[in-house]
Ligand binder design. Sequence first.
Ligand SMILES: C[S@@+](CC[C@H](N)C(=O)[O-])C[C@H]1O[C@@H](n2cnc3c(N)ncnc32)[C@H](O)[C@@H]1O
Length: 265
Amino acid sequence: MINIKERYKLLKRYVVYRFRAKMRGGHGIHSPFLFQYYNSVLYGKVKCSYSESPKLLFKLLQQDTTEFEPTSFGAKTTATAPLQVRHFAASSAISKADGKLLFRIAKDLKPKTVVELGTGAGVGTAYLASAYGDAKVYTVEANPQLVSKAKVNLATIGLTNVECIEGQFSAVLPMLLERIDRVDMAFIDGDHTYDATLANVDCILRKAHSNTVIVVHDIHWSEQMERAWEALKLDSRISIAVDLFSLGILFLREGTAKHSIVLRY
Ligand SMILES: C[S@@+](CC[C@H](N)C(=O)[O-])C[C@H]1O[C@@H](n2cnc3c(N)ncnc32)[C@H](O)[C@@H]1O
């Protein structure tokens, strides 16, 4: 939840984004890889049959009046009183448009290993896990009540390729990365601070490879996130950084000339 002043700043950042963004259709994209990717995956011109799993999860969440104690992990969590799961999901889960985009990215990439930081209500997890059945999705969340909820909900809707891990990213992520060979895709939607965002991406990059795709949510949500995105764009390990406003996509692609671009989708 953000206050009016922050909302106004966000609106201003959105206006700047719209001025800078290349038009729909991929005009102005010079990289052949990105042009093709934009039209087939990001803009989703290729017909994509979405899974029913996220819809089922939305239904479960909308009816869930269970109260839980929100904890102050990361810059986004400001509530202090007990919160109903349905209200938490409505305010913190990724949008349907972003969820569908995650789904298309994972469907195209066919990742064996996906790491998600910030399970929350499990909405992003449902999109990721339902996109490619052979993927194993590791999702990390510090709030124990949300972890229990996500475990039950994801199992109820039939997503068995998910491992929910409870703990702080700084403690759990290094341990997780020790036991997996590589990260093919990562979705970062947890601690929205400058330091944590850079630290989390840095950790993931140690197990990444040329085809790894890293999606960072809320890159314009705050000044800290904007600074983090600027720093990520400059990271020498990243070749292409795509700004879609609500999220940013980082490609490693060895041998590709380094560039960043702002796109509408
Ligand atoms: C915006 S919500 C995630 C929403 C989720 N992606 C979805 O679509 O439903 C962010 C979550 O990250 C968790 N979080 C924030 N900072 C964290 C940290 N340092 N370690 C572990 N979890 C954290 C919060 O508890 C919160 O549930």
